[in-house]
Design a protein around this ligand. Structure first.
Ligand code: FIX
Ligand code: ZN
Length: 412
């Protein structure tokens, strides 16, 4: 296959690849308003609010006190009308609008709002999943989320495109507060010896799993996460969570390196990033050989050691270019490095979408970069005399965008 044909075949295979998105903050249509969608939710995404507030034209308190549509007006004015929208989050808005055939240079925010208002929730979900190529996605389902948990009925899991993940940050990062909530729900978590009643806590996990059928358990952990005796949450992670994962066969997704609320006034946008010892991941994988770990880390400086660690542990699947890493320059750097170290045995991306429409741009942008990396790797192979066929390319692309994920989280 010559270079021109190779590039065409790779681009086509990637463009048409169906996606299993292993981490999002979306909700199924039955959750109605919980599922964020449309231009005002896109513009008031926390990535864009903090970018707007950097210009200091309005203070955070005053800004967040405004209704969502006025916040969106300000963001549009500051980041798009009076400056070129060169950031990745801004470009994402334009890619998304463009995919709907909307031209923001000629249409007003008002007419764009009208476009979205005319989409019913079900139509909107179908349209975005079709445009983005996402066949199924995994949500973030926190049993302590008072808004979401009441939706956890049979309707919550009937749409196969929306799979669940049991998010247990609270149990690991603020165990005392979590235990209080468990007691309020009738779980007697304090053993009579004054310690923690681990079986009662495991029962809580199993009861939650019975309700939402998660494909994995998940937790985001701080940079100082350290898998060592006596560290915060160590006992619960070892004797409740990992023990439950081993018994149930459910993987655990660990998202490591977030410094929660380094600037609280920014709300969801107030989190920061910190370097984290990858050794903790290696120890976890070594001491729990029968548990499947999906791991992503937030610091750019952690990526190489994480990929090297994954070479040592078949029960460690590295996934995504998370959050502050989901920028073209870093997605390319990290994907190249992972492919050179791990071949095709990693999950290159997840969207982390919080707004339905974001699936379109987050995947379009990532697919473009992953296609370029793959093309270069095939070119490198051709220079050794190894020719890939169109079938080889289709097989490899399927692994990266859905096959590896399906195998990890046990979906068809
Ligand atoms: O912990 C997480 O799931 C993070 O992805 C979120 O807390 C974060 O706000 C986010 O959406 C990043 O993209
Ligand atoms: Zn997330």
């Amino acid at each position: 296959m010559n270079t021109t044909d190779l590039r065409h075949v790779v681009q086509k295979a990637v463009e048409t690849a169906k996606i299993v998105d292993v981490h999002t903050h979306l909700y199924p249509p039955c959750c109605d308003k919980l599922l964020l969608r449309g231009i005002d939710d896109l513009l008031t995404y926390h990535y864009l609010t903090v970018e707007t507030l950097r210009y200091g034209e309005i203070g955070p308190e005053k800004f967040f006190a405004l209704p969502k549509n006025l916040q969106a007006d300000i963001i549009w004015d500051v980041l798009f009308e009076r400056r070129s929208p060169v950031s990745e989050s801004c470009r994402g808005i334009l890619t998304t609008l463009n995919s709907y055939g909307l031209d923001p240079t000629s249409e007003s925010l008002g007419s764009i709002r009208t476009f979205f208002a005319e989409l019913s929730l079900d139509e909107h979900v179908d349209l975005v999943l079709e445009k983005s190529g996402v066949k199924s996605l995994v949500m973030t389902n926190n049993p302590f989320d008072e808004e979401e948990e009441p939706h956890w009925g049979p309707g919550f899991i009937k749409d196969e495109r929306f799979r669940t993940a049991l998010r247990i940050d609270d149990m690991l990062n603020s165990p005392q507060a979590a235990l209080k909530k468990l007691e309020q729900r009738g779980y007697n978590v304090a053993s009579d010896t004054g310690g923690l009643d681990y079986p009662a806590m495991k029962k809580f996990l199993s009861d939650c799993a019975d309700r939402i059928k998660p494909v994995y358990l998940a937790a985001s952990l701080p940079p100082d996460f350290d898998w060592s005796e006596g560290s915060a949450g160590y006992g619960i992670l070892r004797d409740v969570v990992l023990s439950y994962c081993e018994e149930s066969g459910l993987p655990i997704a660990l998202m490591i390196g977030v410094k929660k609320l380094i600037n609280p006034v920014m709300g969801l946008g107030g989190d920061g990033v910190g370097f984290s010892p990858v050794e903790a991941v290696a120890k976890l994988c070594l001491e729990n050989p029968h548990v499947k770990f999906l791991v992503t880390m937030l610091a750019r400086e952690n990526q190489h050691e994480l990929a090297v660690t994954a070479r040592k542990f078949p029960n460690l699947m590295v996934f995504g270019c998370w959050w502050f890493l989901n920028n073209p320059s870093l997605v390319e750097e990290i994907t190249r490095m992972r492919m050179e170290l791990l071949g095709l045995s990693f999950i290159p991306q997840h969207s982390d979408a919080r707004v339905l429409d974001q699936l379109i741009y987050k995947w379009k942008h990532s697919k473009g970069i992953i296609a370029d990396v793959l093309f270069d790797k095939y070119e490198d192979l051709a220079r050794t005399g190894w020719q890939v066929s169109a079938e080889d390319i289709a097989r490899d692309v399927e692994m990266l965008f859905s096959g590896n994920a399906k195998e990890q989280i046990g979906i068809k």
